[in-house]
Ligand binder design. Structure first.
Ligand code: AHR
Length: 868
């Protein structure tokens, strides 16, 4: 790729030279750059450059390539770069400042050595109540300080100018009023696409070469990474079946992680409530809030999913003397005579199975002297009775009542009816219905078919509870593990950042228990003291962090989690675990701190504090740091710098990329420094336009997994994301497993994950491969990985063919020594756009010189024993 890139850049520079032939005869020593941001896309397109030899004719690079974008505030509304000002400081750094919007008293400051790589941004609040417009920067040599100047319109048209000085761009002097702007030397320049305003600097020609190179490299990569199978007819027009000879190199075998394949569970797409969590009643706690959906749905409130049916009566929500302060709302039902029902519609209806038993529980308060009774009915969508039970002798203050209902017939959309048997008032809360058959029969358990589908992946670990759900939408929305344990009525429900409601019924105890039930390592992720970079609850609309005064308590909370998982039953938190029914420790070994956070000073300060304390108190725990949401860029680089500085043992990388990216980045981890942190690839998936999950995306992921196995000495764990999505409630596509109330629909990508999970190894056996066609495009679409699983003694060969032709594979298995001839062959093949494929498994015989023809667009696995 490098060779092509150099050629491409050389030819671009040549054509640029030709374009400016009148002005350039040889490479100049210096030229001018113009730094600007356009107002397109609301000012969200970032910093652009143009260059000129004579300051008259300007060449826009890209023409609007973005070298740095603004990270301030929420997506959609913010992330704007307005009126950037570029300044070259006496510290030999380029400094850029810009304003973020028309209202906030904030400017952004960021530096770069070469104008290409930009370090982390800071968002100093320079004005408390007024805006900061047209910021400009200078250096006061006499006092050795940087001076920032800006204009403020005080919410009106009258402009006032201010200045502030700083030594370090962290601390600023209070704003001082000045008569006018003194060093705002912005210029208006005519470019090909119109006029823009920005700053002009004279720079060495090498700086411009660097800018051009970065843009050309990005353009070239974009071209490669957007390759799709849809163009294979042209790309591989005359391609014939390929012969592949594979030689196993036993000399260079290496130990790889035995935890590579795992899952990442996040409550996104109704994955928890209405999904994996087997509760069938929606809004059981009457705690739905308009704010769960930021007011976008006026029907989303305490009454959601509840209604009154038949007879005369009222149903209202109250909050006086609630069941528990964490659960402030409950229902009051007041009926005139028996026959009126409080009805819950479930999550798109309540699915029921004939012959199965369902456990009802509820809390009730009866303000009357006389004991009351409730009839609980399950009825299908036509009102037909499917089963019922009675709760008698409801008396006095809040108490929990239970009943079991046997169901007579299947129903996809049943409802639950609570029918008071006497007139008058009764208060109800935490109205719950669970199938008796949850996964492993757990109380407050998981939906059996979904949980089993996850278990069938044979995941070695489960990362939970998110994702963005873990760090939350603003400080108040961070996922606090302590709020999710203990009696259900005492847990703290909260807004789910994906715009719905979290009951916390599936909480930390249930996550740990699920991990244990499927033999997976628990990998909880706690916030690094900062919420999601796209939340706006910190200072002046930016992310913010846990106040320093509260950090000690926050760190303690993280340490308490380790005690909850591992402490003995005499410890405060170990005792709580025992009370929940699990006296034995959960044997926690990993903890994630942070989720793809913005790597800011606020983050670093808090992450460092938490990390140091966990390492000091629990050296036995592997802490997983975070390096942003991408495989490159500022958060990635800065995150790795922090990890290296603190010697964080493992970092969590995330990337959602095109199949082309996976095809052309198979060497991504080959270059990783083995002496640094290990990698947990916590979130990845192949994304095509329209976001399908098909054979093309699945094979791209399978190719990537061969390179993860090859790099299993540095990549310790990997999990596809997201895992679950409920049909019609999906915020993110593609996902690994789709489901509705009655069906589970694994994707093709699921089967790739399953095959890797069920056929993992702990020793990697390198291979030499000879192809009959050595074109780059062909080579990159054939990927092979051979591993050995020490426990079973099996060798496993995985071959991915993302070509439109078959491959005739000749495998020399001689170096493996004696092998059993009985083998298992698993094959997943079809058309790239196929979304409903399943792998086929067949027993076959292998010989030491094994030959097979593998179909176009296929993933094949061979598994056999090495006889020692
Ligand atoms: O997997 C979906 C989301 O992608 C996760 O919540 C977040 O970490 C990432 O941006």
């Amino acid at each position: 790729m490098k060779k092509y890139l150099i050629l491409l850049i050389a030819s671009t520079l040549l054509s640029l030279t030709r374009a400016g032939a009148a002005e350039m005869t040889k490479e100049p020593d210096s030229a001018y750059i113009f730094a600007y941001a356009s107002l397109k896309n609301g000012g969200r397109n970032g910093l652009h450059f143009a260059w000129s030899i004579d300051r008259k004719k300007w060449h826009a690079i890209g023409p609007e390539y973005s070298y740095v974008r603004c990270d301030y505030g929420t997506w959609g509304a913010q992330k704007r770069m307005l009126t950037p000002f570029l300044f070259y400081g006496p510290d030999s750094l380029w400094h850029a400042v810009w304003s973020v919007n028309e209202t906030d008293g904030v400017v952004v400051h960021v530096t770069s050595k070469d104008l290409v790589y930009w370090r982390r941004q800071s968002y100093p609040i320079l004005m408390q109540k007024e805006n900061c417009l047209l910021p400009a920067l200078s250096f006061d040599k006499e006092h050795g300080k940087f001076i920032v100047e800006w204009k403020s319109t005080n919410g009106g048209a009258d402009a006032t100018y201010y200045r502030s000085s700083t030594l370090d761009f962290k601390n600023y002097t209070p704003p001082e009023r000045v008569a006018k702007a003194t060093f705002d030397n912005r210029h208006t320049i005519r470019l090909e696409n119109g006029e823009e305003n920005g700053t002009v600097h004279k720079v060495s020609w090498n700086v411009i070469k660097g800018l051009l190179h970065a843009q050309q490299q990005a353009a070239y990569e974009q071209e490669l990474w957007s390759e799709k199978t849809a163009e294979d007819g042209i790309r591989f027009a005359s391609l014939k079946p390929i012969d592949v000879e594979v030689q196993i190199d036993m000399e260079n075998k290496k130990k790889i992680s035995d935890l590579l394949m795992g899952v990442f569970f996040e409550d996104i797409n109704y994955a928890a409530d209405g999904g994996l969590y087997a509760e069938l009643v929606q809004n059981r706690d009457f705690e739905y809030r308009l704010s769960d959906k930021k007011g976008s749905d006026t029907s989303w409130h305490s009454y959601k999913a509840w209604s009154l049916k038949g007879g005369k009566g009222t149903f209202k929500i109250d909050s006086v003397s609630p069941l528990h302060p964490n659960n402030a709302h409950y229902a009051i039902l007041n009926i005139e005579k028996a026959g009126t029902a409080l009805v819950n519609a479930g999550f798109d209806g309540i699915p029921l199975k004939a012959g199965e038993r369902y456990n009802v529980s509820l809390f009730a308060r009866n303000p009357q002297e006389k004991a009351r009774a409730l009839l609980i009915r399950l009825a299908d969508e036509h009102g037909k009775l499917l089963g019922e039970a009675r709760i008698r002798a409801i008396k006095g203050n809040w108490r929990k009542y239970k009943a079991t209902i046997s169901v007579k017939a299947d129903a996809a959309k049943a409802s639950l009816e609570i029918i008071p048997q006497e007139a008058g008032e009764i208060a109800l809360d935490m109205i719950s219905l669970f199938p008796e058959k949850t996964f492993k029969g757990r109380k407050n358990g998981l939906r059996a078919d979904l949980a089993q589908t996850i278990a069938d992946l044979h995941p070695r670990f489960v990362r939970f509870p998110g994702g963005c759900v873990a760090h939350g939408d603003g400080l108040g929305n961070m996922y606090r593990w302590q709020n999710t344990i203990g009696p259900l009525e005492a847990r703290v429900p909260q807004r789910n950042l994906w715009n719905y409601h979290q009951t916390a019924g599936l909480g930390y105890f249930e996550y740990f228990q699920f991990c244990e039930d499927i033999g997976a390592e628990p990998v909880p992720v706690v916030p690094a003291g900062v919420p999601c970079q796209n939340s706006s609850t910190g200072g002046a609309g930016q992310q913010g962090g846990v106040p320093m005064a509260e950090m000690e308590a926050y760190i303690q909370e993280v340490l308490d989690l380790i005690e909850y998982a591992n402490g003995d039953t005499h410890t405060v938190w170990g005792k709580k675990r025992a009370e929940a029914g699990h006296p034995k420790p959960f044997n926690l070994k990993y903890i994630g701190i942070g989720n793809e956070d913005l790597i800011s000073d606020i983050f670093e300060e808090r992450f460092t504090m938490i990390f140091n304390r966990v390492r000091e108190k629990h050296p036995e725990i592997t802490v997983i740091g975070t390096v942003g949401p991408s495989f490159e860029g500022t958060d990635y680089t800065e995150g790795w710098l922090i990890a290296n500085k603190l010697q964080v043992p493992m970092v969590d990388e995330h990337y959602y990329q095109s199949p082309g990216w996976f095809i052309h980045n198979q060497a991504y981890y080959d270059k990783y420094d083995r002496s640094k942190a290990k990698v947990y690839l916590g979130e990845y998936a192949a994304h095509l336009p329209g976001r399908p999950s098909n054979l093309e995306t699945a094979l791209a992921e399978a190719i990537h997994l061969t390179s993860l196995e090859r790099n299993g000495d540095v990549v310790s764990m990997a999990s596809y994301a997201p895992l679950l999505a409920k049909e019609d409630h999906t915020q993110w596509k593609p996902d690994l497993i789709y489901f509705n109330n009655t069906e589970v629909k694994p994707t093709v990508g699921y089967f790739v994950q399953q095959i890797y999970g069920q056929h993992a190894g702990d020793i990697y056996l390198p291979t030499q491969i000879r192809l009959s066609n050595t074109e780059e495009a062909v080579k990159k679409r054939l990927a092979i990985s051979v591993v050995r699983d020490t426990k079973s003694g099996d060798a496993i060969v995985k071959i991915v063919n993302l070509l439109p032709v078959s491959t005739r594979v000749a495998l020399n298995l001689e170096p493996l020594g004696n092998i059993s001839t009985d083998a298992l062959k698993i094959s997943l093949a079809g058309n790239p756009e196929d979304e409903a494929l399943r792998p086929k498994s067949t027993p076959i015989a292998v010989t030491k010189n094994f030959k097979d023809e593998l179909p176009a667009y296929s993933f094949t696995v061979l598994r056999f024993k090495i006889v020692e």
